[in-house]
Design a protein around this ligand. Structure first.
Ligand SMILES: Nc1ncnc2c1ncn2[C@@H]1O[C@H](COP(=O)(O)OP(=O)(O)OP(=O)(O)O)[C@@H](O)[C@H]1O
Ligand SMILES: [Mg+2]
Length: 368
């Protein structure tokens, strides 16, 4: 037996996005630090996610196998994160009742207000705490609904890979678990402190997952998910808009994406390629921000939420140039890319590129 067995207790976690498949091999050490031993990012076969399920399973399994081989990832157990699309999450309020009656009351309310087939779906809830609505004491509850068929679909991917399924989770959980880590965004300059001093003691944060086809809004209060909404607009819409703006040839979509990465939300004022691209990018981002504002408004008014104090940006789209400033300006809150933060309790093995952390948040969260 080896003196140090680096491969014991290690787990593979998989997040299949519309564009990229993120695969991480992690290990929890005794002092509960999560160590990333290895990771790889593969290409999701085109058009294979439909209504939250993986349709072309064989193509996905073969791409995951390739990444596992290429990166020498060899654990036998795995956890997987489901696509955020087609998951229902709701905040409901129940009358305040004694602790022993809460469970019964929650299920009554779920049956009355969340009309889903209880046999075909897995329904879970989390108590979010007491609140006052119109002068009445209520308990706030976060409810999630996932189709059992879709869960089975994800389990069968792990089975096809000869991996033992340990967990299937949803993005609102994986994100909130990740944000339970101690995240340090550094010391603020005095001017920024002053600008955002209004909300200084508040522990409600918004985490935006800027993906390729989706933008997911997660609102966390005291690190617990309070609100989750998937907007079916993502970074790939920017590629299409640049493509249109520059009247590019049908086969030049990859070039449009490259322009997006090069120029992002540039504030250049003189008309040129960069200016046109940024204008197209801004159009898409403005429409996403409009949807986001509606969601925040819904959270504040209908879910009895409190004004968030901070924004975190994750997902590939959070690499966009100027994105922090853009969110700060539009939502009036300080915004941070996750890969500039210092995170306690997470370490990367030598030779791994830590700068791609923003892609890995869901895959790491499910490991925790
Ligand atoms: N520097 C950059 N600037 C702008 N966008 C970028 C940059 N780098 C990557 N992206 C975009 O990030 C997207 C991929 O991000 P990600 O891997 O988070 O998506 P996904 O998880 O596959 O999609 P989804 O979450 O919608 O299922 C692509 O649209 C890509 O163009
Ligand atoms: Mg994603």
């Amino acid at each position: 037996m080896a003196v140090v067995d680096f491969f014991s207790n290690s787990t593979i976690t998989i997040d299949i996005g519309f564009r990229y498949i993120k695969i991480v091999q992690v290990k929890k050490s005794r002092n509960s630090v999560l160590s990333v031993m290895n990771y790889g990012i593969g290409d999701t076969p085109k058009g294979c996610i439909k209504n939250g399920a993986i349709k072309d399973k064989d193509a996905v399994v073969s791409e995951i196998s390739r990444v596992l081989r290429e990166h020498n990832i060899n654990s036998k157990e795995a956890k997987i994160v489901m696509s955020g699309t087609n998951i229902i999450s709701r905040v409901i309020m129940i009358d305040k009742v004694p602790a022993s009656e809460v469970d019964k009351k929650v299920w009554e309310e779920i049956r009355a207000t969340v009309p889903v087939d209880m046999n075909a779906n897995r329904v879970d809830y989390k108590l979010l705490g007491d609140t006052i609505v119109d002068g009445q004491e209520k308990i706030k509850v976060f409810v999630t609904v996932v189709s059992k068929k879709i869960i089975d679909n994800y389990i069968s991917i792990l089975n096809d890979l000869n991996l033992k399924p340990i967990a299937v989770d949803i993005p609102s959980n994986s994100v909130s678990k990740f944000f339970k880590l101690n995240i340090d965004t550094g010391t603020e300059s005095t001017s920024r402190k002053l600008k955002y001093s209004k909300y200084k003691n508040n522990n409600t944060w918004i985490v935006f997952d800027l993906g390729s086809e989706t933008t997911i809004i997660n609102i966390l209060k005291d690190k617990t998910p309070e609100f989750n909404r998937v907007i079916l607009k993502g970074s790939s819409k920017v590629d299409l808009e640049i493509h249109k703006e520059l009247e590019m040839l049908p086969n030049e979509l990859a070039k449009a994406e490259l322009y997006k990465k090069m120029y992002g939300l540039s504030t250049i004022k003189t008309p040129c390629n960069e200016y046109s691209c940024a204008k197209a990018t801004m159009r898409v981002m403005d429409s996403i921000i409009k949807d986001i504002k509606m969601c925040i408004d819904f959270y504040l008014t209908r879910c009895n939420g409190e004004n968030p104090s901070k924004i975190f940006l994750i997902g590939g789209g959070s690499q966009m140039k100027g994105i922090e400033e853009y969110f700060e300006e539009n939502l009036g809150l300080p915004a941070y890319r996750i890969n500039v933060a210092k995170i306690d309790g997470l370490e990367f093995g030598p030779n791994l590129d830590v700068a791609r952390l923003n892609y890995l948040v869901n895959a790491l969260g499910v490991a925790l």
